[in-house]
Ligand binder design. Structure first.
Ligand code: AQP
Length: 342
């Protein structure tokens, strides 16, 4: 059976981009067709300046939102990355296979390190190495597929390279995974700056729809979306990024093709109004279910405990095999009490 792994990092409140680009597909399609694991990748949230209490809060909220979005713990494994030691164990081995040059070529590293420096901060070493941890997240489970938004494609490519390199050097150990992404809305753009990705860690929230936004806040953000000069509703990501973004969001929410949908509109105003209502309707059940689940934290905790236990059992044999393959001496098996020396 196909094995799937993917995750979200608790660096901010989950956005419409996370939902349309990844989470909705996990819930509606992936968990039904494969042996799937979905993870709150909290270790990744420590790669930039962070507030410990906030990371804890956001981790719980992200897990609750994954369940509210329809992930069913009877069908898939939902857990928190730091609850399973195998991720960090494997990450170090993969650091011994990756090169610093390849890490420095990662677009997210270039962008986020430049941002940190511009803010006058220092760049954590983990920001450079986190794609290796992400590779470990995926390879530990022998995942065949990694459903992600477009921004993560480069990291999955790196994962493939590391798997192939490790297998060639030390013998076949890892499945080589591939990225999959949704046909529309694989890269939802910021409503105020449609040339940059809608990102949960961006400072201004005006262009970002959060999953837990009230309907009126959603309407306000979509109605104020930056559009392009011209006034004609055409689907052209290069020349008309603002309108193209709205058409993609509408198409993702209602089904359909952004280009075909453009023919149905002759003004930005009606396009915005319909997009706002479509988003409100898509998010309504998620908000409602989140409210119920947030009132029952013990249930969420139990899901995460059981998920981590199952995940540990899946990852351990692969990670142990990697330790042996790379040349590390296995610990001696524990003898009976009293030992052989008697
Ligand atoms: N805007 C987006 N459009 C489509 N898919 C997206 N994803 C993220 N943003 C969009 C996909 O959601 C999954 C989880 O994302 P993540 O938690 O790994 O990263 P992030 O939301 O991009 O959060 P960051 O990195 O903390 O902040 P920003 O956004 O500032 O870079 C992934 O599959 C991702 O592709």
């Amino acid at each position: 059976m196909t094995r799937i792994f993917s995750g979200v990092k608790p660096t901010g409140h989950l956005t419409l981009g996370n939902y349309l680009g990844a989470v909705r597909g996990w819930a509606e399609v992936d968990q039904h067709r494969a042996d799937a694991l979905f993870c709150v990748v909290d270790l990744h949230a420590l790669t930039v300046e962070h507030d410990p209490a906030r990371v804890r809060r956001l981790s719980r909220q992200a897990a609750t939102l994954l369940l509210a979005s329809g992930l069913d713990p009877e069908r898939c494994t939902v857990f928190v990355q730091s609850h399973v030691d195998e991720h960090a164990r494997l990450s170090y081995l993969l650091e011994c296979v990756a090169t610093d040059g390849e890490m420095r070529r990662m677009i997210q590293y270039k962008e986020k390190s430049a941002l940190e420096r511009a803010r006058g901060g220092s760049v954590r070493l983990s920001l450079l190495t986190y794609p290796v941890l992400m590779a470990a997240d995926i390879l530990a489970y022998g995942a065949d597929e990694v459903p992600v938004g477009e921004d993560q494609t480069q990291h999955v490519e790196l994962t493939r390279d590391l798997a192939v390199r490790f297998n060639q050097r030390y013998g076949h150990t890892f499945t080589v995974p591939r990225a999959t992404r949704p046909e529309v809305a694989a890269r939802v753009m910021d409503l105020q700056d449609p040339t940059s990705k809608m990102g949960k860690s961006h400072e201004s929230g005006a262009g970002i729809v959060y999953l837990l936004d009230e309907p009126d806040a959603v309407r306000k953000k979509v109605m104020r979306a930056v559009t392009d000069s011209g006034g004609e509703v055409v689907y052209d990501r290069g020349a008309r990024p603002g309108v193209a973004n709205l058409l993609e969001i509408l198409a993702a929410c209602e089904g359909g093709d952004p280009e075909e949908l453009s023919g149905a509109y002759d003004s930005y105003g009606t396009l915005k109004k319909d997009t706002a209502e479509a988003v409100v309707e898509v998010l309504r059940p998620v908000r409602e279910r989140h409210k119920e689940l947030a009132a029952d934290p013990a249930y969420v905790e139990e899901v995460l405990r059981a998920g981590a236990e199952r995940a540990r059992g899946m990852a351990r044999p692969t990670v142990d095999a990697a330790y042996r393959a790379i040349g590390l001496l296995p610990p001696a098996a524990e003898g009976p009490a009293g030992g052989a020396r008697g």
